[in-house]
Design a protein around this ligand. Structure first.
Ligand code: ARG
Length: 455
């Protein structure tokens, strides 16, 4: 492709470190789309003939079908997808192929190909998150009023509803979706036509190629166009946060499906057995989802590290962007799909959740609130009285509602039988009607809001 200046070919190890075709072949569809848009624009601007543009178009379609049929002769000595496609085009259509690269460089070519690919992954992530949100909404709807323990420090804190807990993840995933939408909107500018770095003297129409490729507009600065990888970093940032959320949920599923908790039963399709322990049903999918953040955040750190300190504009360092993003995107899509499958089919153990919700003195706060409301105690005093009652129950080995009124009155003489109305978990969750609280009505309102948003 640049034989003119060189007397010999490259060392075999140079070829190994330099070639990207082993991985950037994944950009073939984007590369061909970019070339088609470029050739059509060159012809429309009178830079190449319509006849040559037509030959290029036909040839590129042949290349596309060869790649898709799996019989395209990829060649490592041609370095990357861009040169592989162009060289094959030359074999197929001859001389006009050499006109395709007019007013273009591989620097803007790779920038446009990769942006198109990452943009598509944003769309896929948005879709995958949407599917997971829908699965969570079904869980939340079924169990809007099922009580379960809410935790802080993984210690029983206050009763909440299953629906409320599911909806917490819906909120996180909604923000994740927003991050991919924002990133997509920001990256939707076309770098094609920046050429190597300075623009070109040919009378190209960058607005036409941008529109043909579904971009909102061309990028505004040619130097920035070929050296920017923010779009990939934003994708990895959004992916890292989303993977972190999935990891937290996966951890809860691992805990909840254990014999000690039994909060949920994971579907057989999403668990594995043990080769030695016949009773085992291991939550492998959840564990692997929990782990994917490692690769995804790793990719994020890797690309930041590659990009930091790079002088403008393009440097070959930037070829190291693709494998990281490919792997992170694959990992995220797989984790989203696996989580969706699991959430779709898992069953919450309502009875176990209810027993757990009522244990661990989970309504102690309700008791303290009752002392404030009914007896007019300052909250701090009420907290102290309740603490003494909890200690009494703990010493007796019972729960708060199991204490008799007489026993309670030894701690505070003003307590009346009415106190028992607030010690039940159902009353507790129903009372938490503050906006965004765990009361079933609140949860149902949030579910309705989300259904509307997704519709
Ligand atoms: N394979 C290269 C990459 O992925 C394409 C751009 C190469 N440009 C260049 N001037 N060597 O970054």
């Amino acid at each position: 492709m640049w034989g003119g200046r060189f007397a010999s070919g490259v060392d075999a190890i140079m070829e190994a470190i330099n070639a990207s075709i082993g991985f950037d072949r994944r950009l073939y569809a984007q590369d061909i789309a970019g070339s088609r848009a470029h050739a059509a624009m060159l012809a429309a601007q009178g830079i190449i003939s319509t006849k040559d543009a037509e030959a290029i178009r036909e040839g590129l379609l042949t290349v596309l079908s060869e790649i898709e049929a799996g019989n395209f002769p990829f060649r490592t000595e041609l370095e990357d997808i861009h040169m592989n496609v162009e060289a094959r085009l030359k074999e197929i259509i001859g001389e006009p192929a050499g006109r395709l690269h007019t007013a273009r460089s591989r620097n803007d070519q790779v920038a446009v190909d990769f942006r198109l690919w990452v943009r598509d992954q944003c769309d896929q992530a948005i879709e995958g998150i949407g599917a997971l949100i829908r699965a969570l909404l079904s869980q939340a709807e079924a169990g809007a009023d099922w009580v379960m323990p809410g935790f802080t420090h993984l210690q029983t804190a206050q009763p909440v509803t299953w629906g409320h807990h599911m909806m917490a993840y819906v909120e996180m995933l909604g923000r994740d979706m927003g991050r991919f939408q924002d990133a997509r909107a920001r990256m939707n500018e076309c770098p094609l036509g920046a050429a190597a770095l300075a623009g070109t003297g040919f009378p190209i129409d960058r607005h036409a190629t941008a529109a043909a490729l579904g971009f909102d507009r061309p990028t505004a600065n040619s130097l920035d166009s070929v050296s920017d990888r923010d779009f990939a970093l934003e994708f990895l940032g959004a992916a890292s946060i989303c993977a972190m959320h999935l990891s937290r949920f996966a951890e809860e599923l691992v805990i909840w499906s254990s014999a000690q908790f039994r909060f949920v039963r994971l579907p057989d399709q999403w668990t594995t057995g043990s080769s030695i322990m016949p009773q085992k049903k291991n939550p492998d999918a959840a564990e692997l989802i929990r782990a994917k953040i490692g690769r995804i955040l790793g990719a994020n750190v890797a690309l930041f590290t590659v990009m930091k300190g790079l002088a403008l504009t393009y440097s070959k360092d930037m070829q190291e962007d693709k494998e990281q993003v490919f792997d992170a995107a694959d990992s995220l899509m797989l984790a989203l799909a696996a989580m969706t499958g699991m959430v779709d089919k898992m069953t919450a153990n309502r009875a176990v959740l209810a027993v757990a919700a009522a244990s661990g003195f989970s309504t102690a706060t309700d008791l303290a609130d009752w002392l404030v409301r009914t007896l007019g105690l300052p909250f701090r005093d009420a907290h102290h009285v309740t603490g003494s009652l909890v200690k009494m129950a703990e010493d007796k080995g019972c729960d708060l509602p199991d204490l008799s009124l007489a026993e309670m009155q030894t701690v505070h003489a003003g307590i009346t039988g009415d106190v028992f109305t607030v010690l039940g978990v159902d009353n507790s969750v129903r009372s938490r009607q503050s906006y965004g609280g765990t009361a079933p009505d609140q949860v149902r309102a949030q579910i309705a809001r989300w259904k509307e948003r997704l519709a």
